[in-house]
Design a protein around this ligand. Structure first.
Ligand code: MAN
Length: 524
């Protein structure tokens, strides 16, 4: 008896069928290391032609421990050729092709021990035992797939339903969007119209305000001029219509450096190279320079450095100023007098302005425009919300949920796994995270990328662009998906720094029509 199956899929159904099919073994004589399938290529009555056609040799050169063919086909049962293939029958288990270099190397490769026929190594035939285990495993797997594929079927139905619902939602949302855009445009027109009326009504107030502002500016200008003239008259002690340097040096306000006396240079800063200045020039040239100093003396105006000197009160400032001026009683009195004359209004708090009051008609227009603006903002928000929902649904509809939508209902479902150090979380089609049990924030191990299995793409989910590792790549995770009767993470490892591997089982993967590489148990 020999097993005629040489399936590559250890756990696949083809394998199971092979094991359970009964085949009649005919002991066809063939050179050592040759499979039954290739036996006819080695005919003792003919010369042997290398499989690659590069040469023909007498039959007795086969397995003579000398490599004649480039492809190693003349030495299947010895290790003479580097690229030869030795076939183990492994009756009772699975037949196997091994590199012929392993023949007689002292290590048991074939479970029937036939690869070590001359090395002296003890290789008992354990094929029956292994075959039994493999059959039991295959049986278990078959039962798992049978039960799992029923659950998978349910997932397929739910997945398709979900997808159809999403498609319906999408078409409804497209309609809602059109409607919402229409409302938005109506609200916009209404808003524009009411804002126009509001603007026209408010223009009356703006014009009045402007007139008021101009009037105030004119009055201030007048007052300023008057104040300048009065100051001039006060400083012009001899009333000759000229303010001379001699008159200036008696006024402490001109003492810019506060050293107790007004120097000629200080006086000239205010009147230029003249010996004296007349009223007209005083108003236009001297007064703009002098007024801030007077105001400072009154504590009505502070330089920026004084302002940042925090809590100095006006009275304190005045006291300080007086100290700087010195003991001149006259000056003190004069300054006090001037203080009384200076207008205090321009330093009144500006925060206390009452809210603008409108007449009833204008107020009505303002209220209507405000309401129209509110409604337009709401309409705008509704459009944006619908657009965002449309984007999300489209994104989901574009996702590959498996050939039959079997993974669709798993989108967004999260599963956790704890090891000694971390809690891992896998939210399907979204992201994978890691959180240290010692605290600290969650670390992204990747967001959904694509299916990345080989022959069956749906065996590996790839999550990429996670948090970048210090001095290393950005973290990524491969989720190896296998058939199971529940959704569950079986293990999480980090085979390479910052590259994570999750073993995940789900009924969605119980697809017996797909080849299984059994990526969880490569070593078998
Ligand atoms: C953290 C974890 C580990 C990772 C290191 C890399 O400690 O994310 O999984 O290997 O950072 O520095």
């Amino acid at each position: 008896m020999v097993n005629i199956c040489v399936s590559d899929y250890f756990y696949s159904f083809s394998f199971i069928i092979c094991y359970f099919s009964t085949s009649v073994y005919t002991d066809v004589p063939r050179p050592r290391g040759v499979s039954l399938a290739k036996a006819s290529l080695y005919s003792p009555t003919k010369d042997f032609t290398c499989f690659d056609g590069t040469g023909t040799i007498p039959f007795n050169y086969i397995n003579d421990d000398y490599c004649d063919c480039f492809d190693g086909s003349d030495e299947p049962g010895t290790s003479a050729c580097l690229n030869g293939v030795f076939y183990c029958t492994n009756a009772g288990h699975r037949a196997q092709n091994i590199p012929s270099s392993r023949v007689n190397d002292g290590l048991c490769d074939c479970c029937d021990g036939t690869d070590e026929y001359a090395s002296g190594a003890s290789c008992p035939n354990i094929c029956d035992e292994l075959g039994q285990e493999a059959r039991a495993e295959a049986q278990r797997k078959a039962e798992l797939y049978k039960a799992g594929s029923q659950l998978r079927q349910e997932l397929i139905e739910k997945g398709n339903k979900k997808r159809n619902e999403m498609a319906e939602q999408l078409s409804q949302l497209e309609k809602d969007k059109a409607e919402a855009e229409k409302i938005r445009s109506e609200k916009e027109s209404l808003k524009d119209e009411l804002e126009k009326k509001e603007n026209e009504a408010l223009q009356v107030y703006r014009d009045a305000e402007e007139r008021e502002r101009l009037k105030k500016a004119e009055e201030e200008n007048e007052a300023n001029k008057k104040e300048a003239e009065e100051t001039f008259a006060k400083f012009d002690s001899n009333n000759n219509g000229q303010l001379s340097i001699n008159e200036i040096v008696t006024r402490v306000v001109f003492d810019k450096d506060r050293n107790g006396e007004v120097s000629e240079e200080e006086a000239k800063e205010f009147i230029g190279e003249r010996e004296s200045i007349d009223l007209e020039n005083f108003v236009s040239e001297t007064w703009p320079l002098l007024k801030p100093l007077l105001m400072m003396e009154q504590g009505l105006f502070q330089t920026s450095s004084q302002t940042s000197d925090t809590e100095q009160t006006d009275t304190e400032a005045e006291e300080d100023d007086k100290e700087a001026i010195g003991e001149n009683e006259d000056v003190d009195q004069e300054e006090e007098h001037l203080e009384e004359e200076l207008p205090h209004d321009d330093v009144e708090s500006i925060d206390t302005e009452p809210k603008q009051q409108y007449d009833d008609e204008t107020q009505k227009l303002v209220d209507e425009a405000t309401e129209a603006r509110r409604q337009h903002t709401n309409a705008e928000r509704t459009v944006r919300e619908i657009e965002s929902n449309i984007r999300n649904i489209k994104e989901n509809l574009e996702k590959d949920y498996g050939p039959q939508q079997e993974f669709a209902t798993l989108d967004g479902q999260c599963f956790e796994y704890e090891d000694k150090e971390y809690v891992y979380k896998h939210c399907l089609f979204q992201k994978v995270t890691q959180k240290s049990k010692n605290g600290g924030s969650e670390i992204g191990l990747g967001t959904w990328g694509e299916w990345a299995g080989g022959e069956n793409p749906y065996e590996i989910m790839k999550y990429t662009n996670g948090v970048t590792c210090w001095n290393g790549p950005s973290r990524s995770t491969s989720v190896y998906v296998q058939c199971g009767l529940e959704n569950k993470i079986l293990s999480v490892t980090e085979p390479f720094r910052c590259e994570y591997k999750i073993e995940f089982i789900t009924p969605a993967a119980c697809d017996d029509s797909q080849p299984s590489n059994d990526s969880f148990h490569d070593e078998l």
